[in-house]
Design a protein around this ligand. Structure first.
Ligand code: PSU
Ligand code: MN
Length: 300
């Protein structure tokens, strides 16, 4: 594992660091918006006083914190895998490039000693009948159950079965926090009908919950931050239904399903979902940096 010197120094000094994932760069957004976004997230983290550590696999090596050149290489690679845990070892041994998912990024960030991680929307349970398989649950859920780290997201992705995803998070004992909300945010929409077990009003409060959680629990603390100017629930649901039906018809399943659905939503919405996705990623990076700052204060 290669730590960027700036990241290593910040960790040694107990200064705030925020891990950022890279599947969203390699598989989640169209080019070149993906690179702009990656830069924007890093800038947002810095503006809030933390050091960004984007995590990716380059030529089989894990990098925690990327140079500008490496960020570009990840964003525009001709061949790059979606690096989940089931193919991580193969990507490394075979010297390939990989964009790390929420599951893989949380796993690696924790190993590197980073306590806070920002993403867009977490993976979860896909609705029955979408794709080919009847059983598609993101590895993100399992990873959240066993890794003590703060994950800041805008909720589970809107393409998912939200009720089932929430049930899974409960079964797995993930600490769930609505950021200034009682309802589960759902990525493109600020609110779904589902009730969350706890809420916080500030980065300091979120940091305090995590400080408590990590003394007790093996699992993650998932902070869910509703996107500003979110889309209408019913509108998003109608695009999602259509995209899921198309995926089923075309036999798209497994690791290809989420990237397909996100790009279909972008087309069906005339680019509106991408705009929202970019906004929520930046907002989450900002909030994560403030939580990391609050956490460093708690420890100091
Ligand atoms: N957030 C986004 N866009 C994305 C993702 C998150 O705004 O593309 C990625 C994350 O890397 C997450 C993955 O782990 O989608 C989920 O994929 P799957 O459903 O196959 O587990
Ligand atoms: Mn899956």
């Amino acid at each position: 594992m290669r730590l960027h010197p700036e990241v290593r120094q910040a960790l040694d000094d107990n200064r705030p660091v925020v891990a950022l994932e890279s599947t969203v760069i390699t598989h989640g957004l169209p080019r070149p918006a993906n690179l702009e976004l990656a830069r924007k997230m890093e800038r947002a983290v810095r503006e809030e006083g933390a050091v960004p550590a984007t995590i990716a696999i380059l030529d089989g090596e894990i990098h925690v914190g990327l140079t500008e050149g490496q960020l570009e290489a990840v964003a525009f690679a001709a061949q790059v895998e979606k690096a989940s845990l089931w193919n991580l070892a193969a990507i490394m041994a075979q010297r390939k490039h990989g964009g790390t998912t929420v599951a893989t990024t949380a796993f690696l960030a924790h190993k590197a000693g980073i306590s806070v991680f920002a993403t867009g929307g977490i993976g979860g349970v896909h609705p029955a009948g979408s794709g080919q398989a009847s059983y598609d649950e993101s590895a993100d859920l399992f990873e959240l159950s066993r890794t003590p780290i703060v994950v800041v997201s805008a909720g589970p992705k809107s393409i998912l079965d939200l009720a089932a995803t929430l049930e899974r998070l409960e079964s797995f004992g993930v600490s769930l926090l609505g950021y200034k909300t009682d309802k589960l945010p759902a990525f493109h929409t600020r609110e779904s009908p589902f009730e969350l077990p706890a809420r916080v009003e500030s980065p300091e409060e979120a940091a305090a919950v995590f400080a408590q959680a990590r003394r007790l629990l093996p699992s993650a603390t998932l902070v869910m931050n509703p996107v500003s100017r979110g889309l209408e629930w019913a509108q998003v649901q109608s695009w999602v239904e259509q995209a899921n039906q198309e995926a089923a018809r075309r036999g798209i399943y497994g690791k290809a399903l989420t990237p397909f659905l996100l790009s279909r939503l972008a087309e069906l919405s005339g680019g509106v979902t991408v705009e929202v996705n970019l906004r929520l990623l930046e907002e989450n990076a900002r909030l994560a940096a403030r939580i990391a700052g609050a956490l460093a204060q708690l420890i100091a």
